[in-house]
Design a protein around this ligand. Structure first.
Ligand code: NIG
Ligand code: FE
Length: 409
């Protein structure tokens, strides 16, 4: 009996898309079972190789597929208002950057978010989080960046932190104080960066409100030098960094991010080979955001071939926000990444599972069905995991376990 496993739950009669890097594409194991104890995966593999298990409960998956919980590793989930009128302007040919330069864009959302109460923002955020959870999302990264003053940045992060207390979902928060220049600092970008580094960041750290720090490095955002200052301040406080980089032009932000061992560089349509080589060396994940590419009618594609050549892990995320990507749908990103960026369906699914976990520095705990990881598991009515990139708008999700607990839907 020494080898008998004691489990809280045994999932049997399933096919697994473990998304583990070893073995078959998608980490497929057919005719498999998964044993769960104390919220973690105790064992996963072929039924024929399963050790003896004494389980408190058993669930028959009836030949359906089990996948790891999905991870949306780049969102701006906390904001008030919407910018549908700017969408109409853009359809008439006005560019995203021009709208921003004329005081619209991010600043519009900043105004609405400053005016919203914490309760109102929380209600909006929970609604969006529930939408993602209904698609099988078990972990959401949420950024600040629509406050651009100390009080509102802290308010946004507190709202993001509260989500976990209301919903069975994991949240990782990111401080994005350097998202845009607020009107009060119109002619003093360096002064604003000082505020971010010397006032906002220390308070964010003191209240443990952020797991990482992000900057929008762009002509309509902040320069490389300003980004460097924020990264240095984050590093001093022991916070990891990531970057909105090379979205509209190539400012070399990714190389800077690599020099700080950034978790990820995100967007990266204009990333060149020197940048790809740099992030390959630093182990930084390339996060692709096809929703923003699509909404902005961008034509420059991220350098997928180079990312493959240098073996840079590619993650995918919604970038859900009211300007460049008002799309609260992570599975849709699978299809968009295949159609717009020529990812394979397997690369796309890795992008919202194991590589998204890497982009959050959480690959030890999430992103695949492997012994020791959190039991965030989806049961899906599909005939093969490639179907998830192929179909749009059909939700094959049948059951969800979050940290070993079945969620009622
Ligand atoms: O990820 N690029 C900068 N930030 C967001 C857009 C924010 C907005 O337009 O409100 C993005 O695309
Ligand atoms: Fe973003």
């Amino acid at each position: 009996m020494a080898d008998t496993l004691h489990a809280d739950l045994l999932l049997t009669n399933a096919h697994l898309a473990t998304m583990s890097p070893a073995g078959e594409p998608y980490g497929i194991i057919r005719d498999a079972s998964v044993a769960i104890a104390e919220g973690r995966i105790l064992w996963a593999g072929k039924i024929t190789e399963q050790p003896a298990v004494i389980a408190k409960a058993e669930h028959d998956c009836q030949g359906q597929w089990l996948l790891p919980g999905l991870i949306d590793c780049h969102t701006h989930l906390v904001f008030a208002g919407n910018r549908a009128d700017e969408f109409e302007q853009r359809l008439q040919g006005v560019s995203y950057a021009d709208i921003a330069r004329q005081g619209g864009g991010i600043r519009r959302t900043v105004q609405a978010t400053r005016e919203a109460s914490e309760e109102a923002l929380l209600a909006l955020t929970l609604k969006r989080a529930r939408t993602l959870m209904g698609q099988g999302v078990s972990c959401i990264e949420i950024k600040s960046g629509y406050g651009l003053d100390t009080d509102t940045e802290l308010k946004m992060l507190r709202v993001a932190r509260q989500v976990e207390q209301h919903l069975p979902v994991t949240v990782r928060t990111t401080f994005l104080g350097a998202h845009a220049l607020p009107a009060e600092y119109q002619d003093d970008a360096d002064g604003y960066i000082d505020l971010v580094c010397n006032e906002m960041l220390p308070q964010v750290k003191a209240e443990n409100l952020a797991d990482a720090v992000d900057v929008f490095c762009e002509s309509i955002g902040f320069s490389r030098e300003q980004t460097h200052k924020v990264f240095a301040a984050a590093q001093n406080l022991g916070l990891p960094v990531k970057l909105h980089a090379e979205q509209l032009s190539n400012l070399g932000g990714s190389e800077l991010a690599a020099s700080f061992n950034a978790l990820s560089v995100d967007h990266i349509e204009y990333l060149d080979e020197a940048g790809v080589s740099a992030i390959a060396k630093s182990g930084t994940v390339a996060t692709l955001l096809p929703g923003a590419f699509y909404y902005l009618k961008e034509t420059q594609k991220p350098p997928i071939e180079l990312l493959r050549k240098y073996r840079v892990p590619m993650a995918l995320a919604t970038d859900f926000n009211p300007g460049s990507s008002p799309v609260c749908n992570l599975p849709l990103m699978l299809n968009m990444a295949c159609t717009l960026f020529a990812l394979t369906p397997e690369e796309a699914l890795r992008g919202i599972t194991i590589n998204a976990a890497k982009a959050l520095g959480e690959a030890e705990h999430m992103g695949s069905i492997e012994t020791g990881k959190l039991a965030n598991i989806l049961q899906m009515d599909i005939s093969h995991p490639n179907q998830l990139s192929y179909e749009i708008g059909i939700n094959p999700l049948n059951r969800v376990w979050h940290q070993g607990r079945m969620l009622t839907r």
